[in-house]
Write a protein that binds this ligand. Sequence first.
Ligand code: IPE
Ligand code: IPE
Ligand code: MG
Length: 233
Amino acid sequence: MPRHVAIIMDGNGRWAQKRGLPRSEGHKAGTDAAKAVVTRCRERGIGHLTLYTFSKENWGRPKEEISFLFDLLTRFVTREVGTLLERDIRLSVFGELSGLPLAPRQALSHVIKKTAACRSMRLNLALNYSGREEILRACRALAAKGLPPEEITAERFAAELYTAGQPDPDLVVRTSGELRLSNYLLWQSAYSEFSFPDVLWPDFTALELDKAIEDYRSRRRRFGLTDDQLTDE
Ligand code: IPE
Ligand code: IPE
Ligand code: MG
C-alpha cells in the first residue's frame, strides 16, 4: 500500500464548461470528490494524503474565481471539522498561511489546532503552494541557521520542507489528462510513481482511487537497482 498519496485535483473548470455551467460549479463539485477521496484513503489505511488545492500560480486567475475558491474552502473546512475529529484525521497546510485572506486563514488555523492530536491520518492541503518556493524557503532556513556547506545534507534539507516528518509521496495522481507536475512537490516526488487517470476531478470517485492504488501495487519500484538485486532481498 502507498503510505503517502499526493493528488493534483485538476479539471474542475473543464467539467463545468462541458455542462455549460460556470467554473465555480466545477469547483463546488470538486469539493465532493475531495471529500470522497479523503474518506476512501482513511478507509484504506493510507496514512498521508496531500491535495493540491491552490498553487501560487493560481493567484493569476480572475479575482472572482479566487474569492469563490477561498469561500468554498472556508466553508468546507468549517463544515468538516467534526468529521475530521471523528475519523482522527490531522489537517495541515503546505504553504504560507499568512498569505491567505483572513477568513480561510482563521478557519484553517482553527481546524489545524483542533485536529493537532489526531493520529490515524494526515490530510495536507497544498495551498498557496509552489514547489520551487518551498525549496528556496528550505535553503533560506538552512542559511539562517548558519550551517557550514558540508553539513547541508538531504535529511537536514528535507526537515525544512512542509513535508518534514512525513514520508515522500509513493503515488502522485493527476486527473484531467494533463501530464505535468505544475510545481507540485518537486523535491518529494523524486521517486514517486505517477498515475494520470483520464477523468476530470469532479468525476474522480473512490473507485477511481482504488484503481490508481491497484495500478500502483502492480508497479515495480527499483530505486536505481536491478531486478535481480530486488529479488535477492
Ligand atoms: C483545478 O481545476 C482546481 C484549481 C486549480 C483550483 P481547474 O480550475 O484548474 O480546472 P481546469 O484545469 O481549468 O479544467
Ligand atoms: C494545478 O492545476 C494546481 C491545482 C490543482 C491546485 P492548474 O490547473 O493550476 O495547473 P496548470 O496551469 O494546468 O499547469
Ligand atoms: Mg487546471
